[in-house]
Design a binder for this molecule. Structure first.
Ligand code: UGA
Length: 443
């Protein structure tokens, strides 16, 4: 079976390299020629641990590679090559609206359709509003020369950035929405190595498969906002949210994962997915069912404002003339993704209110510069902290966790650290003479 992967973002590039790793011949397509040039030369246009090695292991033309993976911008070539086509295009939030922008997915299906002249399966992996797969399947059958033999399956993806390769090769579960036994059989065939390794397979209809994804991300977002709501109550009552979460985690029904309180969730997925889910539920007349997600979103956004307030307090009540160091720009560690990054959001707000903000991130500097050209950027945590009145720890890179508070103490103007991710050791910082503050923890 020969496979194509349409859309070479975080999801598509990872999926393409991993399918080559599973032994398939893979052709990846993107409409942006620069991306295809970079990938064809063995360069990944983003930071994802382990992905560049995997790309070069399989990329055609690389010394010692299997040659199973290559890239193109030609739809014709994709249509001729593939027995199965994975659509991995993105579905960002529409400007000024909660709903997601389906235009990239729709155009991928429409551009592929005229080249499908033999029985084939087009597998959607993008996160889409429930009901999309059915609509896209009908449209594909109308437009493809193969007619109804050009089938669709929906196979949502649950990978996390920073762990994308591992999550793809060792998923918790595989969910496939299908309309025929033949489609199910093809999906079982393509994922045979993973199924043989014991990965559970859940076969559903289209709507359920689409909803599993929306529900999973909504649950994760709710869990984070739940603990951040507890952090607000802890702040009001003098309790400690980190101890509270630790105690909750002993209850197996609750569990400790995704219960890290702090600056809250960001990135290209959770925020836009819960909004798109609310928008879709509204269209379906089920908006009441998801009104709680509005609150989940509000709690999350309040964390950012609260961090700005805490920084203002630490600056003596105002930002004018103050220097603020921000450690972290990516929306989470082990990623260079700055989409809806809580760290940059806070940095930007503080800068707009008159402080001189200097940001350092181990991997996301280029992306951060593009998004917030008005901020200053430093080459190291020490450089960012030089002369700072307050240091904000906003993305929990290992490098920051391991920082020696005594090193930083030598360069700052005042020893004040705000831990936006609740992972630094308060005692260690206090012993080195710092004022340590965090969201949801006593001062
Ligand atoms: C998320 C889901 O975890 C994946 O399962 C899903 O496939 C993906 O979205 C997607 O829809 O494509 P990702 O956005 O890579 O993955 O990042 P997460 O690890 O979920 O983190 C999201 C945000 O929540 C980050 O800003 C992180 O800092 C924050 N977070 C996470 C917390 O604030 N507390 C936690 O306990 C966990």
């Amino acid at each position: 079976m020969r496979i194509t992967v349409i859309g070479t973002g975080y999801l598509g590039t990872t999926h393409a390299a991993c399918m080559a790793e599973l032994g398939f011949e893979v052709l990846g397509l993107d409409i942006v020629p620069e991306k295809i040039e970079a990938l064809s030369a063995g360069r990944i246009p983003m930071y994802e641990p382990g992905l560049d090695e995997l790309l070069r292991k399989h990329l055609v033309g690389m010394p010692g590679s299997t040659g199973r993976l290559r890239f193109t911008t030609s739809w014709e070539e994709v249509g001729a090559f593939g027995d199965m086509h994975f659509v991995c295009t993105n579905t960002p939030q529409r400007r000024g609206e909660f709903a997601c922008d389906m235009s990239y997915v729709e155009s991928a299906f429409d551009l592929l359709a005229p080249h499908l002249d033999r029985p084939t399966l087009v597998v959607g992996k993008s996160t889409v509003p429930v009901g999309s797969a059915e609509r896209l399947a009908d449209r594909l059958a109308e437009r493809a020369p193969a007619g109804a033999a050009a089938e669709v399956a929906w196979n949502p993806e649950f990978l996390r950035e920073g762990y994308a390769v591992n999550d793809t090769l060792h998923p918790d579960r595989i969910v496939v929405g299908v309309r025929s036994e033949a489609a199910e059989a093809r999906m079982r065939e393509v994922y045979t190595p993973l199924l043989d390794a014991g990965t559970p397979l859940v076969v559903t209809d289209f709507a359920t498969a689409e909803l599993v994804k929306a529900a999973a991300n909504s649950f994760l977002a709710t869990k984070i906002s739940f603990i951040n709501a507890m952090a607000e109550v802890c702040e009001a009552s003098g309790a400690d949210v980190v101890q509270l979460a630790g105690a909750l985690a002993y209850d197996e029904r609750i569990g400790g994962k995704f219960l890290n309180s702090g600056l809250g969730f960001g990135g290209g997925c959770l925020p836009k997915d819960i909004r798109a889910f609310m928008a879709r539920a509204g269209e379906l007349g089920a908006d009441q069912a998801l009104t709680f997600l509005r609150e989940v979103d509000s709690i999350n956004m309040r964390r950012r404002s609260r961090m700005v307030e805490l920084a203002r307090e630490q600056c003596g009540g105002g930002f004018l003339g103050r220097r603020v160091a921000v450690l972290g720009a990516a929306f989470k560690p082990n990623s260079d993704d700055v989409r809806d990054s809580p760290a940059l959001n806070v940095a930007g707000q503080i800068q707009l209110q008159g402080a001189q903000v200097t940001v350092y991130d181990p991997k996301a500097m280029d992306n951060a510069r593009k998004l917030f050209p008005g901020l200053s950027f430093a080459e190291s945590a020490l450089e960012a902290a030089t002369g700072a009145h307050v240091v904000l720890h906003l993305t929990e890179w290992q490098e920051f966790r391991e920082m020696d508070p005594r090193d930083l103490a030598g360069v700052v103007s005042e020893r004040r650290i705000l831990d936006g991710r609740n992972v630094l050791d308060p005692q260690r910082w206090r012993e080195a003479g710092w004022t340590y503050r965090a969201l949801g923890r006593p001062s």
